[in-house]
Design a protein around this ligand. Structure first.
Ligand code: P6P
Length: 358
């Protein structure tokens, strides 16, 4: 989609005498691209619109987290044993309500709920899709005003239309995703989306309350100079990862090393920066998280879909993330994602380490 050759004839006068032009909203873009989908009936477009509405509602509260009484933890703990912050419980409720009411989706699964939720109302059971999401990733950063995000993954249901959703609708490999994306609540609020035809970024224009196309056809550089890892875990990470981080720190003008270490502690923020600038995010297996910390179905898999569509790669160190056959909703995996050549280099080191051990 060429944003210049599209709606560029359309101008909006603003109240202060300016002109707004080249405005392409998320809804217009999705409808325009509807023909990209096989048997497009508009249902996926509607579903993406439902997600966009929920994102705007969550954004409202995130933007005033420091002011409203919504700050601070609810005191409960979620299935991960993490103290639930009020804002992530609120975000979970908003996305579930928007999807339940939208009728395009027959069920959801999220980080905040032990099991999946089947929408048993009659419109829900006719929904073609299921959505898995992390409503507010990085929520431990809420009360220190660091960027946080929502991550979502969309599959066509496996169960028959009209039936209740079942676990097989959710335990699907990343290859089956029909769409995936994230919302980053940062200096501006962006929604970054793929439906399998490239990656497009939309920035929320608060004055009109619309996500507007701002980053058409996003591609990630094949090489980067940024590595993102919690070095506090390094000594309990695989030797190959310790080796890679040391390599990143060596001085070598030819390969622009040492690289820069950038780690925000909010996956969506680290992923988004590396997607645009180039880089690699690593969350290996560690002593405290022997299978890694990040969740396959609603963190690693959707971001893997996006990064592959943008020309990057995502692996668990043994296979592409999107090839993994899930066996439970909250399954954790080691995660290496970002610029293609950086991820390949880490994968090679890990396979060499396995060969030596074998
Ligand atoms: P650590 C936040 O809890 C999260 O899931 C990701 O957003 C983030 O990248 C990672 O965990 C941070 O984990 O162990 O480095 O604090």
């Amino acid at each position: 989609l060429d944003v210049d050759g599209y709606y560029n004839h359309r101008e909006f006068p603003t109240f202060d005498g300016q002109i707004m032009r080249n405005i392409v909203t998320l809804n217009e873009f999705v409808i325009e691209r509807q023909s990209d989908f096989p048997y497009a009936s508009g249902d996926l477009s509607r579903l993406l619109t439902d997600l966009g509405i929920a994102a705007k509602i969550v954004n409202q509260q995130v933007n005033k987290a420091g002011l409203a009484d919504i700050l601070g933890s609810l005191g409960d703990t979620n299935v991960q044993g993490e103290v639930q912050q009020k804002l992530d419980v609120f975000a979970d409720d908003v996305f579930i309500s928007s999807l339940r009411g939208g009728g395009m989706c027959c069920g959801v699964a999220s980080e905040e709920n032990d099991g999946y939720i089947s929408f048993d109302n009659d419109i829900g059971q006719n929904g073609k899709y299921v959505v898995l999401f992390d409503p507010l990733d990085g929520s431990s950063n809420i009360d220190v005003n660091v960027s946080i995000g929502t991550i979502f993954s969309i599959f066509r249901r496996k169960s028959s239309i009209g039936d209740r959703a079942n676990i097989n609708d959710f335990l699907q490999p990343g290859r089956n995703q029909v769409a995936a994306g994230y919302v980053i609540y940062g200096s501006s609020t962006m929604l970054v989306l793929t439906t399998g035809h490239g990656v497009n970024g939309f920035t929320l224009e608060p004055s009109i309350g619309e996500f507007c196309l701002s980053h058409p056809d996003l591609k990630t550089p094949e090489n980067g100079k940024i590595f993102s890892i919690n070095e506090g875990n390094l000594n309990s990470s695989p030797k190959a990862i310790q080796e890679y981080v040391s390599w990143c720190k060596e001085i070598d003008p030819k390969s622009a090393r040492p690289y820069s270490a950038r780690y925000i502690g909010s996956l969506v923020a680290d992923f988004h920066r590396n997607l645009i600038k180039g880089g690699i995010y690593l969350y290996p297996s560690t002593k405290s998280s022997p299978n890694g910390k990040l969740r396959l179905l609603y963190e690693c898999s959707p971001l893997a879909f996006l990064v592959e569509q943008a020309g990057g790669e995502a692996t668990d160190g043994t296979q592409p993330i999107m090839d993994i056959e899930p066996n439970e909703l909250h399954q954790r995996v080691p995660y290496y994602v970002g610029s293609k050549n950086m991820v390949k280099q880490v994968g090679k080191l890990l396979s060499q380490q396995r060969a030596v051990k074998a």
